[in-house]
Design a protein around this ligand. Sequence first.
Ligand code: FAD
Length: 467
Amino acid sequence: GKAELECDMLVLGAGPGGYSAAFRAADLGMKTVLVERYDKLGGVCLNVGCIPSKALLHTASVIDEVKHLPDHGITFGAPQVDLDKLRGFKDGVIKKLTGGLAGMAKARKVEVVTGVGGFLDPHHLEVVSASGKKTIRFAKAIIAAGSQAVKLPFLPDDPRIVDSTGALLLESIPKRMLVIGGGIIGLEMATVYSTLGARIDVVEMLDGLMQGADRDLVKVWEKLNARRFDKVMLKTKTVGAKATDAGIEVRFEGEQAPAGPQLYDLVLAAVGRSPNGKNIGAEKAGIAVTDRGFINVDRQMRTNVPHIHAIGDIVGQPMLAHKAVHEGHVAAEVAHGEKAYFDARQIPSVAYTDPEVAWAGKTEDQCKAEGIKFGKSVFPWAASGRAIANGRDEGFTKLLFDTATDRVIGGGIVGTHAGDLISEICLAVEMGCEPADIGKTIHPHPTLGESIGMAAEVFEGHCTDLP
Ligand code: FAD
């Protein structure tokens, strides 16, 4: 049939990858259509990911900070939690941001089409919604259909068993909660729920929490969170669950499995995310999708079909919003005819836990695996005036240098606000800074950010006189 809509650029999915790509394409002068299943823009990140989790983590961190105040001679009573209001705060944050996106799309004349999109052929996409079907003819396309939470097949269908989306609904605070998966998402939700009063067990198949981060960083977090959890079961698998009136009865197997089944009021499965590549009719456009549902792309974010790009969670790890945004910009620019490449030297990771753990560039583990000879320099926050004044001097800042080139190749920070602090290390890695570039840069005193300058100075063998 005749296409109802024609455009230069079709973007499928309005998460951080998709909206960034659509906005860039429109700014470059392309007539752009953005297709999204839900009536809110922003994808996982804004609606059920980064943003709502950070709103709740902010609340949790204030409660946790207050717990340190008795040391300063200040005491409060136990927090009174009004879940409806807290949920309202979180939903208000989301609304502000998704509303902002809608305004930005409108200002750029990006046409938003609401409905489920599927390719019909290499130049047509069909959008199905409650109000009917629409066909869009496009010259170029960017797939940004994202990912969804992995489901564990043996978990029964029960409202007391949730994924991160369910956990963010914050329907109640359970007495006992199990978090399956000790990655960033699981530990962030565990932080929120435990601060709000839940007793939590964490189970992780691998031999450590927060995989991907260097163990020295994680160790500091572990020490400070030892009392937050009832049990952390490593090298242990969840093998079955039964819904009973008393709760969800969960069975474990492995090195640290408890003797018998355990009873929980809420179970959060946070065992990873799987890409949506199999749900978009990719085969009809000739786009290759892997068995797991990923779409492979080159450094210009092109799929095997040269006029169709893919970006974000659907193209692979790390599944992070800032990666999706940068890939989206590259894809839009390439589609517009520019010589752009995704060529990042580093993609930072942050666990917004208490304390935060952040890392960028190469980790020590990666250097060792890749045979890179590296130097390391650590500045302990116990020597930071600001960290001490904050009453939070646990933590450290670490820089890694390539000994052959003397350049900064990575770094990590554990401590309060580590996620905000890591950006300087990101820039240093991207620019190929030498230690002196950072060490001789005057940082404001007294700040936590100073610890990065100090770490560089420590590396140069200059002892600092400023605590
Ligand atoms: P998505 O955000 O997944 O968006 C894809 C969009 O496509 C969705 O809106 C979906 O509805 C739509 N779509 C899919 N298929 C179709 C179709 N056929 N038709 C129409 N529309 C379709 N990342 C960070 O960087 N920092 C964080 O702090 C962080 N916290 C997180 C916390 C949680 C709880 C979760 C779950 C994730 C978090 N992430 C975080 C990851 C981040 O959310 C993702 O990396 C990011 O959203 C990926 O963006 P994307 O554009 O690739 O896809």
